[in-house]
Design a protein around this ligand. Structure first.
Ligand SMILES: Cc1cc2nc3c(=O)[nH]c(=O)nc-3n(C[C@H](O)[C@H](O)[C@H](O)COP(=O)(O)OP(=O)(O)OC[C@H]3O[C@@H](n4cnc5c(N)ncnc54)[C@H](O)[C@@H]3O)c2cc1C
Length: 462
């Protein structure tokens, strides 16, 4: 029995059914989950259109002349819907083809062995052998902020796009925050980013963050560093008692920071993390241990303290990535069906590749330089900028670099990061090397395409 049909739930369902289990998925919204409805898919679709738009501003460099494009909000909305429909249809068909029973409704535990499912047809009680909790997460909203869905927004309020803000203050400079900055800047908004530390993407390699910061500044984004937002309010223009309030018509949003700085904009977007959807599920009443953040505590098989109750995806408090959620779902299916005794590889979260869909793109995997230094581990770091790569010159985009981290004694690839065009695709090569314990020489000796951005990878490996 699977509660929640996002990437974790539907992958677990597909594999468990393939391995012979009788599977029921309960989903209260859409199959595909928040990943399809609110998070990965719409955000990347908007970023793709924004990227195409900003590309038209750079056509001159490609030897072309054309006026910059203008956005058609209705066309963009139907484009996003059609991508979501296709993906949802594909996922539903896959689950149906595996014989998975799908219930549209809400589920919760009545005890360690009973699940109540409420659908439009009534209430059912099921007694499955195993339960997977894959109910995902939702945006975190602090007590000092009251999103209204119009001017004070959480990320999910941004799609479908009703209007494009003239100016927007983004609070939170993690992955989601910087992607929204990039997206709004691409659509021509005046953007301010409130950065609580001294660096955007505080958990990333400073060299990587520096390239992104330079791009933001170049595009006119204001970076308010070392500032924590403490209030966000919407005021009718002219009502503000703040002498700095901008004149104009309609409402404006005022973001105040703990160091006294104040930002005025037409909209504000809150991107300060998420909280797990574990409330109201009857988990603690059934005896499932949650941590202080409300995430289900799991072991390496994704089992909770009750061994027949598993958790995967964002509720497990591991890496909040769709790719990780899917892989956890797959591992749960293998474990439930006893496959771990035969051909089961444990999930190594340290080897998960991740990307940030800004411009330039940022991607990394495995060991980071800072981590290695922190534990005194000897590493070899090689870095090759794209400025000398033929394909980057042809693309008229030489921003960024490839960095490979390897073991100096064995040459085994331990990690890497890529900043630049198609970084999210290119990182797959390093990710494969990290997962399969390949050596830098394995990359060097691969016969790669010319001209291709991957040549910078081979050069870094060399
Ligand atoms: C703006 C944004 C962009 C992102 N972009 C990316 C990206 O590009 N790449 C990436 O890898 N990750 C991305 N993520 C993270 C990714 O969306 C999540 O890690 C992923 O959705 C987690 O999958 P999941 O299966 O745990 O949960 P979800 O996708 O959240 O699905 C959980 C499902 O459970 C259902 N549910 C909840 N409670 C119940 C209940 N009681 N009964 C029945 N159903 C229930 C919900 O309706 C939902 O459909 C992004 C996140 C955000 C916020």
């Amino acid at each position: 029995m699977i509660i929640g049909g996002g990437p974790a739930g539907n992958t677990a369902a597909t594999y468990a059914a393939r391995l012979g289990a009788q599977v029921t998925v309960v989903e209260r919204d859409v199959v595909g989950g928040a990943a399809h409805l609110w998070d990965c898919i719409p955000s990347k679709a908007m970023i793709a259109t924004g990227g195409a738009m900003s590309f038209t501003r750079r056509l001159h460099g490609m030897g072309l002349e054309q006026a910059p494009a203008e956005v058609d909000v209705d066309a963009l909305t139907s484009r996003i819907r059609s991508i979501q429909d296709r993906l949802q249809h594909g996922t539903t068909r896959l689950l149906e083809s595996q014989g998975v029973e799908m219930l549209h409704g809400s589920a919760r535990l009545l005890g360690p062995h009973e699940v109540e499912v409420v659908t439009a047809d009534g209430v059912r009680t099921l007694r499955p052998d195993a339960v997977l909790i894959s109910t995902g997460s939702r945006p975190r909203i602090p007590e000092w902020c009251h999103p209204d869905g119009e001017r004070i927004l959480v990320t999910r309020d941004c799609y479908p796009p009703k209007v494009f803000p003239a100016s927007v203050t983004v609070v939170g400079s993690g992955v989601t925050g910087v992607e929204f900055v990039h997206m709004f800047a691409s659509f021509g908004a005046k953007v301010t980013l409130v950065v609580s530390r001294q660096q955007v993407l505080p958990s990333k390699d400073p060299e990587v963050a520096a390239v992104l910061e330079a791009d933001f500044l170049n595009r006119g984004v204001s970076l308010l560093k070392g500032a924590r937002a403490i209030s966000i309010e919407r005021v009718a223009t002219g009502d503000s008692d703040d002498p700095g309030a901008s004149a104009g018509t309609g409402d404006e949003v005022i973001v105040r920071c703990d160091d006294g700085r104040v930002v005025h904009s037409s909209h504000a977007v809150l991107a300060i993390g998420s909280v797990p959807n574990t409330d109201g599920l009857g988990l603690e009443e059934a005896g499932v241990v949650l941590d202080r953040g409300g995430y289900v505590t799991i072991n390496r098989h994704c089992q909770s303290n009750l061994t027949h109750i598993y958790a995967a995806g964002d509720v497990s408090g591991k890496l909040p990535l769709s790719s990780v959620a899917s892989m956890q779902g797959r591992k749960v299916a293998e474990h439930v069906m006893g496959l771990q005794k035969v051909a089961h590889r444990h999930l190594d979260y340290d080897k998960a590749a991740s990307a940030i869909f800004t411009e330039p793109e940022i991607a990394d995997v495995g060991l980071a330089e800072a981590e290695a230094f922190a534990v005194g581990r000897k590493i070899r770091v090689t870095k090759v900028p794209f400025s000398g790569t033929p394909k980057a010159l042809i693309n008229d985009d030489t921003r960024g670099f490839v960095k490979i981290i390897s073991d100096p004694a064995t040459g085994v690839v331990l990690g890497g990061s890529i900043v630049g065009r198609h970084a999210a695709e290119l990182i797959s090569v390093i990710a494969l090397a990290v997962t399969a314990n390949l050596k830098v020489t394995d990359i060097v000796e691969s016969l790669l395409v010319h001209p291709a951005l991957a040549e910078a990878l081979a050069e870094a490996a060399e």
